[in-house]
Design a protein around this ligand. Structure first.
Ligand SMILES: NC(=O)c1ccc[n+]([C@@H]2O[C@H](COP(=O)([O-])OP(=O)(O)OC[C@H]3O[C@@H](n4cnc5c(N)ncnc54)[C@H](OP(=O)(O)O)[C@@H]3O)[C@@H](O)[C@H]2O)c1
Length: 361
């Protein structure tokens, strides 16, 4: 059987996916080296930020067999010195004759310069094979590079009649055990989880991923413009899971009598202009590339109105709360049918519906 470029790129994408949930704020990247006579002689992936890039692993495995061969990589090889050195001179020095890359790196420090360098050294460069999958694997990195904010997943549990709680000011357990397990598992895949201060005041949640393995610290973000988070909030007793950031306004942060007790409990106070977008930009500057917005009703509505939601995940449960219920996105239109690349999965008595708001980009 003769293998094609598409087969080798599929293999590189498989390796890239092995880094999921580990490389942030770096992208996940996979690479495969095929010798001049068509044998896979090297492969690798980027395992953690600060560790060697995928191309370096694949070239090291290939050794002298890389000479005259083709390198398949899921992202443009880097041309700048970050925590590790640039990859493109190593590719040229290894004698690679052709590079097939899925997508150009949106990082302004690279963005075509890697390809230019390779071409200047006489290497053939083909770009675009597997671009859809490669971009999808790296949504957080791409969103961060292009929009200076994290990739945002809106998550909510709703009743059949579209409510997030049975009544204002109450905590309502909506989802079943299988849906809860799913919700904890997806917490393991993002850099941070965010809620509004209303949810802290009403539900007093821990906001930790439970029953799942997570390699990186899990940041919890509270959108709280008036610093109403009580220093006794349970989330502040879970710092072992990762930092707690309170996004507030400069005015509120200036009230040291309110701020100091929160900082003594380990909260990091970050200021922004009160919008969700500005808050997201502020946490992006701290290396957060993906955020799961978990509620409550007001915060989700504000994020939706600001157009900062990239992906929606709804757990639809068989409850009906009627007019007393707290509505999900009241007065706004979010028909699940409009979600791109929609997926629907049954979880016990609940159904999770998820998809992209604008399609993967
Ligand atoms: N079913 C679910 O999936 C789910 C998930 C979580 C919560 N809930 C439920 O939702 C309810 C809580 O919802 P909630 O609406 O009261 O509270 P919330 O959405 O958690 O928090 C709302 C607060 O966030 C603050 N905030 C900060 N920046 C904001 C911005 N740019 N725009 C809007 N608000 C901003 C506002 O307070 P400041 O103006 O003081 O900053 C606002 O009052 C509870 O019943 C809870 O059980 C349900």
């Amino acid at each position: 059987m003769t293998l094609t470029d598409a087969d080798y790129m599929a293999r590189a994408l498989f390796h890239a996916a092995r880094g999921r949930g580990r490389t942030s704020p770096n992208p996940v990247v996979g690479a495969v080296v095929v010798s001049a006579d068509g044998v896979v002689v090297g492969q690798g992936y980027h395992a953690r930020a600060g560790e060697p890039h995928a191309e370096v692993h694949a070239l090291a495995m290939a050794g002298t067999q890389a000479r005259g061969g083709t390198l398949y990589c899921t992202l443009e090889p880097c041309s700048h010195t970050g925590r590790t050195g640039p990859c493109v001179p190593r590719i040229a020095d290894a004698g690679i004759a052709r590079v097939v890359a899925a997508v150009q790196d949106p990082n302004p420090l690279v963005s075509g310069r890697g390809f230019d360098y390779l071409r200047s050294r006489g290497i053939t460069v083909d770009v675009g094979l597997g671009v859809g999958q490669a971009a999808q694997l790296n949504q957080p990195f791409f969103t961060t590079m292009r929009e200076r904010r994290p990739f945002v997943i809106l998550k909510a549990a709703i009743s059949l009649d579209g409510c997030m709680a049975a009544a204002p000011g109450t905590r309502t357990q909506l989802t079943s055990a299988p849906a809860n397990r799913h919700a904890h598992r997806v917490r393991a895949e993002v850099d941070a989880l965010a809620v509004g201060v209303g949810t802290i005041l009403i539900d007093d949640p821990h906001l930790t991923p439970r029953g799942v393995f997570r390699e990186q610290p899990f940041t919890r973000i509270i959108f709280d413009r008036r610093l109403r988070t009580p220093p006794t909030a349970q989330v502040l007793s879970t710092q072992a899971a990762g930092p707690v950031i309170i996004v507030t306004t400069a005015d509120a942060a200036a009230q040291t009598a309110v701020r100091d007790p929160l900082e003594r409990r380990g909260a990091q106070i970050v200021t922004a202009d009160g919008s969700i977008r500005a808050g997201l930009e502020a946490v992006s500057a701290r290396g957060i590339t993906s955020v799961l917005l978990e509620g409550g009703a007001s915060l989700l509505a504000a994020a939706w109105d600001e157009g900062v939601v990239d992906f929606v995940r709804l757990y639809v449960t068989p409850h009906v709360f009627g007019t007393a219920g707290v509505r999900f996105l009241p007065g706004r239109r979010l028909p699940p049918a409009m979600l791109a690349e929609r997926r629907v999965v049954q979880l016990g008595p609940d159904v999770v519906i998820e998809g992209y708001v604008h399609g993967p980009r």
